[in-house]
Ligand binder design. Structure first.
Ligand code: CTP
Length: 213
């Protein structure tokens, strides 16, 4: 099968030296890409800026902004069987980009933000979609409610949720704990484990789902 995985944060530039981003390390997405490769699948990894080496054997596409990642994902959909969107895409970007460095002497800037495009929702809305679409949900509260809302709103086949409020789990960590929510109201709990082992389990589950379609 062919997997498309997004991973890492995006960076939304304010001026040539500053940007808005988030704490995503890319570890979960890279682990998914590696697990898919290990299972013998073809992998396109669309990644934001992270401090990780690209997995050997993947088609690697490096992107900075949410808009760039959106366009890269849509450009690499041909032949994809399973798309797993793990990237922590910035939800908002500065409305304008200052082409010259903003100076302190000009005072505290007011930075207006505008929404970025939602990549996962844009894939869910595709009429010609014949791949399995899985999104992630990073939540601090009401995990199931929020994950199920994303599943419906973004028209996914699965939402893989993690609770990012537990210290030492999720963001920047080598471990995670996941629950996969499915449209038939069922869920699969993957208890605390290394991102490597969780990725292996997720790849297996998503493959089996796509085979059944
Ligand atoms: N996502 C995306 N494009 C965006 C924002 C999010 O593709 N512009 C994807 C993420 O890759 C993830 C899923 O949507 O698979 C959920 O992201 P999350 O940030 O948890 O959800 P949001 O819809 O942004 O909602 P909120 O931040 O309010 O929880």
């Amino acid at each position: 099968m062919k997997f498309l995985v997004t991973a890492g944060p995006t960076r939304e530039p304010i001026d040539p030296v500053r940007y808005i981003s988030n704490r995503s390390s890319g570890k979960m997405g890279y682990a998914l890409a590696q697990a898919a490769l290990d299972a013998g699948h073809e992998v396109v990894l669309v990644s934001g800026p992270v401090a990780l080496a690209a997995p050997h054997g993947a088609q690697f596409v490096l992107m900075m902004t949410a808009d760039e990642m959106h366009d890269a994902v849509h450009a690499h959909l041909a032949g994809v069987d399973v798309a797993v969107l793990c990237a922590a895409v910035a939800d908002f970007k500065p409305a304008t980009y200052a082409p010259r460095k903003m100076k302190k002497r000009d005072g505290a800037p007011i930075i207006e933000l505008v929404p970025t495009r939602d990549i996962l929702a844009s894939l869910g809305a595709l009429r010609s979609k014949n791949f399995l679409l899985a999104g992630f949900a990073a939540e601090t509260d009401d995990l199931e409610k929020n994950a199920r809302e994303k599943l419906a709103k973004k028209q996914c086949d699965a939402v893989i949720a993690n609770d990012v409020s537990t210290p030492g789990l999720g963001f920047e960590s080598d471990e995670n704990a996941l629950t996969i929510f499915l449209p038939d109201h069922s869920s699969r709990v993957l208890p605390r484990a290394s991102k490597h082992d969780l990725a292996k389990a997720v790849v297996k589950i998503l493959c089996a789902m796509q085979q059944k379609r």
